[in-house]
Every structure is written in C-alpha cells, then in structure tokens.
Write a protein that binds this ligand. Structure first.
Ligand code: FES
Length: 121
C-alpha cells in the first residue's frame, strides 16, 4: 500500500515538466517494464538551481522522482549524485518493496544528466 505522501505527490507533483533551456538532460529507460524517465537540470555555481522531470512511469516512479527533485534542489552536483534511494523512500514514508525499483529511475536519470553536464564542461 502506498503512503498518503506518495499519493499526494502522484496527484500533485511539484516538479513535473520540462526546462526549455536546461543545462543538462538525463534520460533512462527501465527495460524491465518499458518505462522511461527524463530529468532536466538548471545548474548555477555548481548547484542545482532548478530541476524538472517527465516520465511514463507508474505512481511510485512519479512520486519518488518528485521527492528526489525536492531533496536535490539547491544541492551541489556531488551531493545530488550521492542521493540515495533510501532517503527518497524515507521522504515518502515508505514504499511497497515490489515498487522500490521504480524509485531508482529518478536517481539514475539524475546521474545521467550530471554525467552529461560534466562531460560538456
Ligand atoms: Fe515501471 Fe513503476 S516505473 S512499474
């Protein structure tokens, strides 16, 4: 069963959308279930100034990525890169074990975006 926090994030995600002039974009497909996640980053002085996501994922993927965005906004790239899945699940007040793999889509896409940014700069 999902927590109330997870349902709320799913219904009203704060970070859903695109950033048209993003400094970096990271995209990951979850080939296990065919889902995909895209993260957009605005980076200023080595910190995440803004972050948005788009996904074809499920309730867990949407809620956990939205939580991840809130947790990493304002952090340095190094701090954001180390964001753990457990922190996200804790922020959502738990997640069914069978859905934990969905919450990894966000962190993997975030790392892909940071890798892309580092390669460019
Ligand atoms: Fe594939 Fe949740 S993202 S089932």
């Amino acid at each position: 069963m999902y927590s109330a926090e997870t349902f709320e994030r799913f219904k009203n995600p704060k970070f859903a959308g695109q950033i048209s002039d993003a400094d970096a974009v990271g995209e990951i497909g979850n080939f296990k279930c065919g889902d995909a996640m895209k993260i957009y980053l605005k980076i200023k002085n080595g910190k995440i100034e803004d972050i948005k996501f788009e996904t074809y994922g499920c309730v867990a993927a949407i809620a956990s990525t939205d939580m991840m965005c809130e947790l990493v906004k304002g952090k340095t790239l190094d701090e954001a890169y180390e964001m753990s899945n457990q922190e996200i699940v804790r922020g959502l007040k738990g997640m069914p074990q069978v859905k934990v793999h969905c919450s990894i889509l966000g962190t993997r896409s975030l790392r892909a975006a940071i890798d892309e940014y580092r390669k460019k700069s």
